[in-house]
Design a protein around this ligand. Sequence first.
Ligand SMILES: *Cc1c(COP(=O)(O)O)cnc(C)c1O
Length: 847
Amino acid sequence: MHPSQYLPRVMPEPLKALVDLALDMRWNWCHLSEPLWQYIDPDLWAWTRNPWFILGRVEQERLNKLAEDPGFLRLLDEQLKMRAEVVTKPGWFEETYGKGSLGIIAYLSMEFGLGESLPIYSGGLGILAGDYLKTASDLGLPVVGIGLLFHQGYFRQALDANGNQLEFFLYNNPTMMPITPVRDERGDWLKIKVMLPQRELILRVWEVKVGRVRLYLLDSNDPLNTPGDRGITGKLYEGGEETRLQQEIVLGIGGWRLLEALGLNCEILHLNEGHVSFAVIERARSFMKANGQPFQVALACTRVANIFTTHTPVLAAFDRYRPNIFLPYARFYAQMLEIPVEEFMALGRSNPEDHEEPFNMAYLAVRGCGVINGVSHLHGRVSRRIFQPLFSDWPQKEVPVGYVTNGIHVPSWDSNYSHPIWAKACGEDFWLGISEDLEEKFAQIGDEELWEFRCASRLRLISFVRRRMIKQRLALGLEEKTLERCQHLLDPNTLTIGFARRFTAYKRPNLLLHDPDRLERLLTNQERPVQLIIAGKAHPEDEEGKRMIRAWIEFLNRPQIQGRAVFIVDYDMTVAFELVQGVDLWINTPRRPWEACGTSGMKVLVNGGLNLSVLDGWWEEAYSPEVGWALPHVDEGLTPGEVDAIQARELYRLLEEEIVPAFYDRDDRGIPTAWVAKIRTSMAKLTPRFSSNRMLREYTEKFYLSAARRYRERVAGGGDFGVRLQHWRQHLKCNWSKLHFGKLEVQRTDEGHLFRVQVYLGEMDQEAVRVELYAEPLQEDGEPERWPMKAERPLLGFVNSYVYSALVKTDRPADHYTPRIVPHFPGALIPLDDNHILWLERKQCPL
Ligand SMILES: *Cc1c(COP(=O)(O)O)cnc(C)c1O
């Protein structure tokens, strides 16, 4: 069946191929195919950016004309060829590692932001997931995405004249979105069944094409479900605690079942945030059934191929379910797993004995995965602190959480203006390949060329803002003069600053508004004015966020500010797309370290925008004086109010004394040479580093390949490894409490220190543990030192007790080193597979 059958009309034969393009999110979002949709209907394209909708809506007469228009048919042919070429060419992965070197990587996420035509995302997390899929297609990674088809998605925003936020949940009509039902081998619509306590839930399955990659969406809106159950996949991040839990069950458990129903050989399971952690349970349950093994063995075998990426810098932001809500579900699933309910609850608790403790989805992810990572260098560190309670007595340094800094899909966020510059510097398919050091290549691009491209980009943004503001003001019922006034909003030669993000306290969207009069002076300066474009939504329950929006509107309503600063409502990917292409400066002022990574600032890089940001998330890694500006750290002892005041003053100072002068100091060609130099360095140095190309290569090379290798080893004997591992863990559990240290002696030698310590192993098998010396790194970013100790001789008169020794070659003082006993088992991940640890207490054994 040709997918054009899903359109509410008959497509003329020569245009049928258009349907394939319209259904491919990798191609209908990027501007490469923009001329095509524009040609069909420029207005429909400008307002919806939804090719599938355009094909359903445009008048039949227009389609019939296009079917005979050689110019259009040529354009279509070109696009199809280009896409076919890119999609069939072996990608980076196949070229580097060979086809089949990895099974399927299943990427599960609560939201996916692929484009405005599929509004099932809220913000950064979803857009990251969308960019991930597009990049997997470019690089040829064998990825499959799994998500939910929300009937209403996230709320849409309007503001009344006083700046009060109005919220709307629109209906996501499936016939207007580029999705198609998935058919099983008999031609029936594929359905997945998931058990909820006492009932079965039916889930319909939709498919989204993203280049070579497929995204599958689960949808509970089947008439055979009860009304309440039909609504489970209704709204994103809305609804009560139990609905949220049910969504996570649908996505995690239903997601894994779907992979099996599709017959996909999934090797890697990548959890994008803890929302999807139930998938590790279902994966283990499936292994249990296939191999006749108990749950813990199945989990031990499968967890090594599960990867958990956390995006949250505070414990409170993880999903946690109170026992009264969670227990009925826990009882039900515990029964299916044939384990006691308390064992199930313990998977999501830091203290399994505490029966009041809520069930934490991130804890479940940590206990069910073999790899855990944060999304920036700093966030890795913060996450190690967050998950420390699950590894009590382990040094924070050894909490097994790494990091991969996020990146953005550059071909989705670059503009028609920046594209030719990149093509000239690096070649057309640059973003499909490997990035290298580009500074030399960018040295060939002249100042004039860079500056002209920036000015054209700014002009385009301003015309977008004017169009949007007309619509926005008319919607408020504002008077006639609106049109005329909007046509003169903003100025194409003025330094243009963008600030768009979620309005919530930690993002401090009002730091720039700290001293409104000083901001007004900055904007209204006669010779060197500044203009401002703001956007962002506050979650419907975030009163503080809504208050901050009102404060901005109050400021923008000042008569002197008219025409110099605007608030664009309903921040979404389209608004972001226009903003990041046109602004000169992107500002980000989160409260450190709450911005786990941040990606919007990365989107301006490819387009020659510059960043001014708090040294948090990605900017801490990216910043140097030649690429932009940073708000420095403030002493941690101060109150939040004091920190805000200091950072706001510094923000104004940077703008007044450094940024505005750099923009307006021109040479005799009219070019701000210092500014342009920064653009060149920022584009060349940072764009490849903060691209999702780099991010996916890192995931592959740091995590996927080794995780797949470990997984193959663990599952090889149908679970033998897991059985042995489980025996060993049981042995540790029974005998750990009897381990203890005796006396420690240290001798200074020419080479370092010779440590000797008495160890009483009780009934512990000597091979099941390792005795070693541990020292904290001297530098914050260094690696700790670990020196294995050897059993030198038995302790006379004691059973299974030894003197362990090690010669530590070092200049550091001996008291930097502490003996400890840790679990040991070939092939085990310590401390993930077992987190026992015993330290020699220095108090008892003075050196
Ligand atoms: C990129 C993007 C985000 C994420 O930006 P942050 O830097 O995390 O604030 C959020 N919303 C939209 C619409 C985006 O395009």
